[in-house]
Design a protein around this ligand. Sequence first.
Ligand code: WTA
Length: 647
Amino acid sequence: MSDAIESILHEDRQFAPPAEFTANALISSEEHYQEMWQQAKDDPTTFWGDLATSELDWFQPFDSVMEGDMPETKWFQGGKINASYQCLDRHLTTWRKNKAAIVWEGEPGDTRTLTYQELHREVCKFANVLKQLGVETGDRVTLYMPMVPELTIAMLACARIGATHSIIFGGFSAEAIADRNNDAQAKVVVTADGGWRRGKEVPLKTNVDNSMEKSKSVQKVVVLRRTGGDVEMVPDRDYWWHDLMENASAECEAEQLDSEHPLFILYTSGSTGKPKGVLHTTAGYMLGAQMTSRWVFDYKDEDTYWCTADIGWITGHSYIVYGPLANGVTSVMYEGAPNWPDEGRFWELVEKHRVNIFYTAPTAIRAFIKWGDEWPQKYDLSSLRLLGTVGEPINPEAWMWYRKVIGGDRCPIVDTWWQTETGGIMLSPLPGVTATKPGSCTTPLPGVVPAIVTEDGEELDANQGGLLVMTQPWPHMLRTLYGDHDRFIETYFAKFNGKMYFAGDGARKDEDGFYWIMGRVDDVINVSGHRLSTMEVESALVSHELVAEAAVVGFPHELKGEGICCFVIPKGDIPADEAKETLRQHVRTQIGAIATPDQIRFTPALPKTRSGKIMRRLLRDIAAGRESTQDTTTLEDQSILEKLREG
Ligand code: WTA
């Protein structure tokens, strides 16, 4: 198949779940999983309909489970529901009323715990505050806040009154805030004076102020006092959170909303130009967040669960807020950086709170490896029973390190593949069932029917790399790109005549039916007619002891079409030039001559998005020696590009 992506990475290690884990797991046998998966595929109406009836609290039952073909499928039409009710109220009549919902740690070391009852009260009060500010069902509210409990409170308050929230990650600039305010036509912005990050104050309110000139739709700004820093308050526009909350009533009925009522917009970067406002709606999204988190994290009521993502990303939406709270779980939330005040901070928190389930990203894992084993080894991590990862392909060596050093060789790892657009986890091991392979996100969850296809939509055989698509609709998929339904169709569905959802990732399925994500299709390189996944070359590099992290891109090459350029972060100091030859040989022996790097460049850092993904498109310009004309607004550290050019 000429347009297949050649897979060159081989991995034979496999790890079955410990018997004790399986014995206590919610889904504990391959047969059970197969049965669920098959039913969801053959009869999605019964599968999802039964779950929606038994797992969601309805004010009014739905008339139909699904109507219409992908991508226009509508779920649970006729039903009335509320996401905040699903996360809070329904626990208040159970023993979970006084269970900790959020165990919060501020970066400077301050802490707070909120029970479900307490969280409910705060949410009701803030919902009344929003109403008082003129927010109505259907309005949009922007949240630009640090990782503090008030962010969760504000989200659920929006959900309670049917306002659609749009969270902007606290690392974004005034320009980005204005773009998103305008695109969503937000009426109110909720922010804080600042937030803490590595001991410094992030000037959130100042950034909001600087966005206001261009944010014509915004009428009011609510400001939480977090750092105590100086801020300017504009009369009749800006209000302190604590002033508004002081007199707010704690009574606020949850609005009875349609199943397809817009719950939130979350902007995700497009490869070009304007960010895409991914829209999720209420019932389908909630069912997805609730069920996927229960299947994948195998929650027990005694668990303390910690997802280290920022709520500004989809992972935080689905797996800090909506999924865990709907399941009545105790969830740890941390405000700051993993290396503040030192590189042991996460492990200190795991020890302190006896965390049982820990969910983080490959970019963080690679940083932990670089910082050294001595940090986790200082702490007692024996409470951990399950580890998770999300956000990028995880290199097998990083996976092995995670298993050994953090998981003590005893915890299953769930490598979860999904996207902002999918709303919830799609491909992942079930921790009590799946015998995992390092680097593979393994198999689809029930309700997920993926395929690997060619550009023409033909299904490929085992171990042939191709395009990852979804062939059936699922309840928690995005409904549109806010205000631009044409772009929604164009981006995700036009490629295959509207019949399949195109994820934009390359992947292969092995002989056991396990999926291996090969990265974004845009990142594939073509060496002498062989289409290679940059991710596989990166994994080969990371398997060498000198290498902490690597990013591989193609560059124009006279003979081969594209050559392979590797940007490598070494584990210690920048090594002598001989090391380059060592690494070239290493890749050659690991995966073959075709993948031999043409260039190796050592660098202390890589350009990453604010959520930690490597921005290979920027590296391509550097490798080619071109001036870049690309959008860099999502880049975390602007100075890196200069350094790389000089290097
Ligand atoms: C990548 C994050 C490999 C992938 C939830 C996807 C992954 C994009 C994995 C979505 C994984 C996410 N293995 N790649 N386990 N998880 N990705 O929208 O390229 O921030 O398309 O959602 O991240 O990123 P997003």
